[in-house]
Design a protein around this ligand. Sequence first.
Ligand code: ATP
Length: 458
Amino acid sequence: MEKIVSLCKRRGFIFPGSEIYGGFANSYTYGPYGVALKNNIKSLWWKKFVQDREDVVGIDGPIILHPRVWEASGHTTSFNDSMVDCRNCKKRFRADHLVEETTGQDLEGKADEMKKVLDEKIKCPNCGKQAWTDVRNFNMMFETKLNTTDEAKEEIAYLRPETAGAIFLEFKNVLDSARVKIPFGIAQIGKAFRNEIVAGNFIFRMREFEQMEIEYFIRPDADWEKIFGEWLKLQEEFVLELGVDKKDISFREHPKEKLAFYSKKTIDIEYNYPFGGFKELFGLAYRTDYDLSNHAKHSGQKLEYFDTETNQRFVPHVIEPTFGLDRSILVSLLSAYHEEKVSGSEEGDVRVVLKLPKNLAPIKIAIFPLLKNKPELVAKAREVFGLLKRKFVCEFDDNGNIGKRYRRQDEIGTPYCVTVDFDTLQDGTVTVRDRDSMEQPRVAVSDLTAWLEEKLNA
Ligand code: ATP
């Protein structure tokens, strides 16, 4: 993990947030290559789940919604985590995590039982003492204050703790405007905010993160288990498209007694992270008609579907596939990271290479002149760069020796490096170095665009 964190900083993928002010815990900035990777993952997701489907449409809703939304959804009363502090060293912990990690017991939501186990069996992992405070519930929504017209009065509002809320609010507008027919889905990508008690593990758990969520509306009498299975398959496909190896994922169904009363089934798709093994990557839940019915009750609006074929009016049920964007980025980086012994090199010479799926790589092609101080090579390389950048995301690099440039592009995950050398000036061919095989065939500049297009789409 440290290697990934260090590569991300060194090569401009992810920087620690507010660093010049001494850092701000658990906040991160996506740098030039990180934002490109992030955008590529978002596009892959949007294409797969919205653009390529006739039954899913997208929205982009506000971060601050009407405060009553969170009363209707139950977040103001029950979006809580349990926290406990060590009285000796003052370190704060998620009580349920501490209990589960040390004893294997899942006591989420049972404050008294957790306190008993803590007092009897668990020492503070930080200082080794056993001096726990009571276990308290802590609401994870970030509050903010809105100015109302009455200057003396401020109204509490919340930064959304998930993107799904806005989707339910627009159910009727989408229905009235987009000509969707049940079953249909509404998708959204955007930021969510949670005041996590213990954030950490790089971008795995942050207080500000991005989600990609779909609410898929179905008839109340639909074969929900079949539809649930189809979505699970699609979610698994997406994980594999991030470059993840199948052996690194597992599915964990929530036991019946742990399900929210309205949910009939919830499955976490887990990834084998280098910190603590299998943990949640994505989730899938069948939420019945809980959300629409509650928003209808609290808003006084009818949130129903009228089926013109059967003349029936009903509140649709919903299946919710949810994806964390930052965790998608993390697992694609973890899966792509390779250290390889360079054959034929001095002993111990290792190259670091990010074998990202080509469609996710931030830069597709790097173009180099063999030597920086030969104007004819630089001019020709610029010409090739101009040609290729019309079609692909390219980078021109004439810094340092060619070996160093390859190293840099390997660490960024660039699939192809094109080098203009003296032969290019004679016969119009360039070398194209393949990131994974390190082969370097010569290709005519006149064939280059088609050649690269075929390779990148293979
Ligand atoms: P966890 O059990 O890890 O706290 P969760 O069950 O609370 O996750 P959901 O409410 O299902 O998570 O959120 C949907 C997705 O959003 C998760 O599958 C995950 O990918 C992502 N996610 C949730 N919380 C965070 C966070 N604090 N930082 C980054 N991503 C997150």
